[in-house]
Every structure is written in C-alpha cells, then in structure tokens.
Design a protein around this ligand. Structure first.
Ligand code: SAH
Ligand code: SF4
Ligand code: F3S
Length: 441
C-alpha cells in the first residue's frame, strides 16, 4: 500500500505531514511521489488566504477520475482548511468522493479512521474544534536528515483581525521544555545540524506552562546541545520581542543572526485596526535595538497591502517604513478576507485593482533594496549549509547562509548537510551565486 501527501501552507503543516507520514509508515504504508500510484492520497491544507483554498479544491477536482477508476482509493483532506465552520458541508457538496476528513487536533486518530473506512466501507469525517492537551510521542518520518522542524507552541491567542489561524489552530499551547530538548538532542544525535523552533508566536512560549519558562531561556538551553550548528525560530511577534530575548540570542552563538519580524503594515492606524498591539514607532525602535545588538543581522518581514480602510496615505507609510528598515527580503500579500474574522466584515474593503497596484509598488521598492543589500555581499566568503542539488540548474548545489539567503554554487551532492565556505560572485535579488572556497569548515 502506498501513500502520497501534498502539503500546503506553513512549516506547521510541513511538520504535521511528517507525523502523518510517520503514522502511515508505522501502519506499513510506503511513500510515493506519483499520485497516480497511491492507495491513500492526503491533502494537508492551508486557509490563510483564499488562493490557498482554491488550489486545494482544484487539485482534488482532478482526482475524480482516479477515484472512479479505483474505488478502493482513499482521498483525504486534513489541515487548517477543514477546521473552518461549514467546510465539511462544502467538501461534501463540491467533492463528494472524498473519503476522509480529519483536523489539526486529531492527527493521532488517523490509523483508526483509516481502519473504519475499510471496515465500514464508509467515509469518515472527524474534526475537533480544539484540544486540551498536546499529544506527544507520535511517530514521524522526517523530510531531511540534516535539518529539522521542532514545534514549541501550537495555536495562537493573538487574534490579529485579518487572520484565521487562531480559529483553525485553537488556543496557544506550549510543549514542555523537557520534550523539546529531548527531541532536539535526539535529532542532533542523528546528525541534524539545524533546527527550526516553530510557533505562531514563539515569543510567548512558556507563558501557559505551570512551571514558567521563557523563549529566551529555552533558546539558551537548545544552544547547549552538542552537534547542532544552527538554531532558527519562526515566527516572533514584534509586540513581545523582549530585551531578555535579545540578550539570550547574544549569548547563544548557534542562534542565527536572522530576524523575521512581520510588520504587516507601516501605519499605526492600520496596525491598531489589525490588533497588532504595536505602533509604527515601537516597531522601528525594536528594529533599531536589534540592529544595534547585531549589526551583521539580516531582517525580513511579512506585509499585507489593502487591509480594509487602508488609504493611499496609510500605504505610503508602509513604503516609507520599508525604506527605513531596509529589509533583506519581504513576503508581501494582498489582504484576503477570511470568513469569521473581524476584518472580513469591516467597512471600506479595498478594491482588488487597488490591492494589486499597491502590491506591485511595494514589491518594486523591496526588490531594489534586496538587490542593493545582496550586492554588498559581492566577494564575501560565507558559511553555507548545503541543502542538496538545485532543482532548476544541473550540477549546482543550493544552500543557505546563516542570514537565510539562498546560495547557488557548483559542487558535489555529497556535500548535502555540510557547512561549506562559499565566495559570493554574482549576487541577485533573490539568490546569491557563488563558488566554494577551499579549507571548508
Ligand atoms: N504567526 C505569524 C504569521 C502566520 S500567517 C505572525 O504573526 O507573524 C503568515 C502571514 O500571512 C502573516 O504574517 C500575514 O502577513 C499573512 N496573512 C495572514 N492572514 C492574511 C490574510 N487574511 N490576507 C493576507 N495575508 C494574510
Ligand atoms: Fe495570525 Fe496574528 Fe496569530 Fe500570526 S500572531 S497567527 S498573524 S493571529
Ligand atoms: Fe496555513 Fe494553517 Fe499554517 S492556515 S499558514 S497552514 S497554520
């Protein structure tokens, strides 16, 4: 029996898919890249923007024929999309040949649900709104041998007014530090050199635990684990990026000097409507503090254009902030109304053509800055963690700098998982091209 998992959305979903794969392998299934060859096809979905959802429906639509040819095929949908109200009805209506639906809180029930489908010859749709406890110790089939995702919190309590995540991922819950540290130790023993600590807002890690522990303290503990070379984390909310955290990063040499600080908007008025809890000025102060403590750091961000009520003046403040901060790169999005969130029913929704035009102007400004910053790296020699052969270009390897920039360079795939020194020869907007220097680290 073979399974195929298609994963959409963020690293949280990537990690969940590893656990889903682990559960299926334990049941004797083998992975297949070829969807036509699979006995179980699972879509691990995202609903953060409408586009993500449409993609899933269109992909599942294409499976109708496959299901008609092979009635024993099991087609399942899991992840954030099915956690939304009324989604089960929508799936029933649009794609009635889906056999399995489970949510983000009951991945551990997958084996039972699959057995039920086979035994009862009946579709199983089972989604929980939230969970009391974190289920630890699920099997897992890791995607990479040299880098790994490690959950530290699940869910989110922030309720930014545009965002669906708190509704589909439930309340914020921290994993106990001993579970996290044990997992990272095991990974390091297995040869993993880079871990990414995951949470919607890692800075609020530990606040819900009976024995209080902060993200800053957790980082210091992870930093002590032998064998690791790099520690990353995703995502840190600017509202609680504390001085204690800056201090802890300063003391933890393995923590990458890369700060992903989603700003979302440059106007304090819009930030207030978004419920982001910081002003433009407070954000800029935080950036100054970080630049001061880590002059060599890279800074990246997420920005939404066209939030309800965003005027040309508000938008120009976003452009201005981008020019002041000079981000290395930015993920930029058009605001996408999500049913059930406060912003979806706010007055003054911005027309699509305006959103489109603002997005383009923002990307133009940011791309120039990215290229400028990257050009300053010309001739520099940077340690790069090799991630394998480049998909696009033959005989080329791809890897990342500590500052999370993608580097492309000629080399042997055997170097995958190693950190090598690369001289940057051709910096571009989104990638750096280079050549390996001798005396590798
Ligand atoms: N927890 C993370 C973000 C997770 S979602 C944080 O707070 O930074 C990733 C990004 O998607 C967000 O930073 C935001 O920029 C974008 N996003 C979320 N909801 C959106 C929506 N309704 N429309 C457009 N972009 C959205
Ligand atoms: Fe969404 Fe805000 Fe939570 Fe991030 S912090 S997941 S943007 S509600
Ligand atoms: Fe998408 Fe869910 Fe992540 S909505 S961004 S997959 S938490």
């Amino acid at each position: 029996m073979k399974y195929h998992i298609a994963t959409f959305g963020c690293q949280g979903n990537e990690r969940d898919s590893e656990m889903i794969a682990g559960i299926l392998e334990k049941k004797g299934y083998k992975a297949t890249e070829n969807i036509n060859d699979a006995d179980v096809i699972l879509f691990n979905t995202c609903c953060v923007r409408e586009k993500a959802e449409n993609k899933v429906f269109s992909r599942i639509g294409k499976l109708k024929e496959l299901k008609e040819k092979n009635p024993n095929l099991i087609i399942g949908i899991c992840g954030c999309m099915v956690q939304q109200e009324k989604m089960i009805e929508r799936v029933r209506h649009r794609t009635p040949y889906v056999d399995l639906i489970f949510g983000t809180h009951n991945i551990h029930e997958l084996t039972k649900l699959l057995d039920n489908i086979r035994e009862q010859k009946k579709a199983q749709y089972h989604v929980l709104n939230d969970s009391e406890n974190i289920v630890e110790g699920l099997p897992s089939k890791r995607q990479f041998s040299y880098k790994a995702l490690v959950n530290i919190t699940y869910g989110c309590n922030n309720f930014c007014t545009y965002c669906i995540v708190p509704y589909v991922r439930g309340r914020e819950k921290s994993r106990k530090p001993e579970y996290i540290l044990e997992e990272v130790r095991e990974l390091a023993n297995d040869g993993v050199v880079e871990v990414m600590l995951l949470g919607q807002n890692v800075n609020s890690y530990g606040k819900d635990l009976s024995e209080k522990v902060s993200f800053a303290q957790l980082l210091k503990e992870v930093n002590k684990i032998p064998g690791l070379a790099r520690i990353r984390y995703m995502t840190s909310h600017p509202k609680d990026f504390s001085d204690e955290l800056i201090q802890s990063i300063l003391e933890s040499e393995k923590v990458c000097r890369h700060f992903h600080l989603p700003v979302q908007a440059g106007s304090s008025r819009i930030l207030k409507l978004m419920n982001r809890i910081y002003t433009r000025e407070q954000y800029l102060e935080l950036v100054a503090k970080i630049r001061n403590a880590f002059p060599e750091a890279s800074l990246t961000t997420d920005i939404i254009v066209g939030f309800p009520g965003e005027t040309e003046e508000d938008f120009s403040q976003t452009l201005d902030l981008v020019q002041r901060v000079r981000y290395d790169s930015a993920f930029t999005f058009k605001y996408s109304p999500r049913t059930g969130t406060p912003a979806a029913t706010m007055d003054n929704q911005v027309p699509e053509p305006v959103k489109k035009e603002r997005l383009q102007r923002l990307m133009d400004v940011q791309n120039k800055i990215s290229l400028d910053i990257n050009k300053s790296l010309q001739g520099k020699v940077l340690p790069v963690l090799v991630e394998g052969s480049s998909k696009g270009e033959a005989n080329m390897l791809t890897g990342r700098t500590e500052t999370n920039k993608v580097v492309l360079f000629p080399g042997s795939p055997e170097l995958t998982g190693k950190i090598v020194n690369v001289e940057i020869t051709t910096p571009q907007t989104w990638i750096l091209k280079g050549e390996i220097k001798e005396n590798n680290m």
